[in-house]
Each structure stands twice: as C-alpha cells, then as structure tokens.
Design a binder for this molecule. Structure first.
Ligand SMILES: Cc1ncc(COP(=O)(O)O)c(C=O)c1O
Length: 366
C-alpha cells in the first residue's frame, strides 16, 4: 500500500523541527482544544477500564449510541471512523471490486481501498464540488460494489443537501451498491443543516455509516468511533475487528460513554463555536490580503484554496522551506493546483501561520 502523498512534506517538517527551525503545522486534520474539563479523571482510576471490552464494544455504550441515533441494530464500536471504513470495505469487497468516490476525495480512501484489494474509481463532481449522480452511470462498470460518500466533506468543506444525499442513495440502489457514508464532519456544520444517510436506513439496508469523536468532539486521540449498519454486516466487521485489535480501547470507550451521559452536546457546541471563530479569523485575513474566489467552508476545518502553481507539492515544499508553514497539496486529494489549509490550530499560532502564508503568496506573485 502506497504511503500518502503528504509524506514528503511531513518528513521535511520533521527534519526542520529536529534542527530547531520553526514549524507551523496547517496540515493537521484535528481541532486543537483544551480537554481538561471533561471530567475523565474518575475513569482513569477504575481498574476494569484497563481490561479488554467485548469485541464489538461496551454493551452500555452500544445501547446509548443506538438510542441516540435511533437505529435498528446495535452499532459496532471501533478504533475510529477510519477503522469503521476499513472494516466495512474489507468485509464487503472481493479482489478487484470497484469502490467509487468523488474527486476531490479524502486522502485516506485510495490506500484503504488498495489495502482491501479493491480498485478505486473516481467520480466527477460539479464545479461547486457537489455530487452529480445523473452523470455517474457512464463512469461505472459491472465491478462497482461500494460508493463512499463524505458529507460534510474533507477537503472542500461542502455540506450536501438532503436531496443530493437522497439522489446518491437512489443511485446506489439502482446499481446494487453498498453506500459507506463517512460522517465524521457532519456535526461540524457551521451554517446549514447537515443530513445523515441514516435518514434512509429504513428504506435501504445496504448502508454503513462511519463516525467518531475525533472531529466534532475534538478527541482524535481517543481513537474511538462507530459503525452503524445491518446486523449481518456488523457481525462480519466485528469478526474482523476481533482478529485485528480485539476492541477499541476500553478506557476511551468509557470516556465516550461518560460524555454521552453528560456533556456531549455542550462539547460539540464548544468545538463548533471555536472552529467557526478560527474559520472567520482566517477568512478575514485572506480577504484583507485581497485573495479572490474564496469559498467560506460550510463545515469541517479546512480552506481549500487555489495555489499559485499547478504543481501543488512543489508549492507546498517552497512554502515550508521559506516560512516553516506546512499545508497539504491537493495532489493528495486527487487533483492539482490547490492547497488545503487546516484551521484546527489554536488562534495565536493559526494567525501567525496565516500571516506567513499570505506574505509568501504575495511575494511569489511578484
Ligand atoms: C473524511 C475523513 N474520514 C475519516 C477520518 C478519520 O477519522 P478517525 O480519526 O475517526 O479515524 C478523517 C480524518 O482526517 C477524515 O478527514
């Protein structure tokens, strides 16, 4: 399996840090927020939390999530949404089966599909980066098996409408595809209502919804997520999980459970408010610098901008060498000429990094 295209930049950034040079990391896909007030201390002192849980997760946590999402079968607790997607792909695919997803795509998908012996097929998206299922029929073959949908979207920050998601579900139904809906950014929608594919669970059983506490609760290090699907697929995914890492960390599952009991909504609100503030701070800086054709991200934690050159990796390397600012070139998302900037950093560091990026961009234009 090929390593991600961001590896070279990451290596360069690590070398800079080791030699004492400043590094401002706008590549990180994680909201950085204080977690000390979440009341996890008691959980650390309970010795049963240092034992394995049941393979599919703590029964009480599974039940709480089932009632939160009102789904018919118990969710599988996994080590993050990434694990949910991998377990689903590995359970669903025969070697050579096609997995469809729109370009630009989250950089994790190609490697996961490859690791599951599948073949990636990139679907077109509209100029506004939205799904256009009416055009997809001619882009797929008989080998198509799974469609991966990511709303709200990384890297574009788009939130698809209810109708757009419904039309994607219908496309899957017409073509006998299983839909894997990656919803890690769903609760990070800043303006409009974001729709889960769970809306359609009653009509269509060939669906897996993947989510986690990584983004909307700003707890990526807990490595805890879940998958919602029909009980047969959940059982298969659970079997595979048992052979891989047994269960998600028990300690972390307990932390997630305690948040569900108390504080989940407040934490999500806090994360959303903080990130909206950071997004607006970056937007303000870009506008004042005269950047044009800017799109305000509707969700997630990224600006997806045009880079000054088609070769997005070269641009990123130059930016890093001159300023210490790390970004992600759009090559990682399946296209050229753009750059992804995370606004997950704490405000003062974020402001400094954006100032440097603006200065570099303006000097490159001269
Ligand atoms: C679209 C998308 N899906 C899944 C993940 C992985 O999430 P988790 O930390 O829950 O494994 C990420 C992380 O960056 C992501 O951007």
């Amino acid at each position: 399996v090929k390593a991600s295209a961001t590896t070279a930049l990451h290596l360069l950034a690590t070398e800079r840090r080791r030699s004492g040079l400043p590094v401002l990391d706008l590549s990180v896909g994680q909201p950085i927020l204080d977690s000390s007030g979440l009341g996890f201390e008691a959980i650390l002192s309970e010795s049963q939390n240092y034992l394995y849980s049941a393979v599919p997760g703590l029964a009480t946590l599974r039940e709480s999530l089932q009632s939160k999402f009102q789904c018919t079968s118990l969710p599988l607790i996994t080590a993050g949404a990434k694990a949910s997607i991998y377990l689903a792909l590995r359970s669903l695919l025969e070697p050579g089966d096609e997995v469809l997803y729109m370009t630009p795509y989250w950089s994790g998908y190609p490697g996961m599909v490859e690791a599951c012996y599948g073949k990636s097929v990139q679907l077109s998206s509209s100029d506004q980066h939205e799904p256009e299922p009416d055009k997809w029929q001619e882009q797929i073959s008989k080998k198509a098996k799974v469609l991966l949908l990511n709303s709200a979207n990384n890297p574009t920050g788009k939130v698809y409408s209810r109708d757009q998601i419904k039309r994607v579900v219908e496309f899957c139904e017409r073509n006998g595809l299983t839909l894997i809906s990656d919803e890690v950014y769903l609760d990070l929608s800043y303006e409009k209502e974001a729709w889960s594919a769970l809306e359609f669970l009653d009509d269509y059983s060939d669906i897996v919804v993947a989510n986690s506490v990584s983004k909307s609760l700003a707890l990526p290090g807990l490595r805890t997520g879940w998958a919602i699907s029909n009980s047969n697929l959940i059982e298969e995914m659970s079997g595979l999980q048992s052979q891989l890492y047994t269960c998600a960390p028990t300690l972390c599952q307990r932390m997630v459970e305690s948040l569900l009991e108390n504080g989940w909504g407040d934490r999500q609100q806090e994360v959303r408010n903080k990130l909206r503030l950071r997004r607006d701070l970056v937007m303000e800086k870009f506008k004042s610098a005269g950047f044009k054709e800017l799109e305000l991200p509707e969700s997630a934690l990224y600006f997806y901008l045009s880079a000054a050159t088609q070769d997005s990796s070269l641009w990123g390397t130059k930016l890093l060498e001159k300023t210490g600012v790390v970004t992600v070139p759009s090559r990682s998302f399946g296209e050229e000429g753009k750059v992804r900037i995370s606004f997950g950093l704490e405000e003062s560091e974020l402001a400094l990094a954006i100032d440097k990026l603006i200065e570099f961009t303006l000097s490159e234009k001269v």
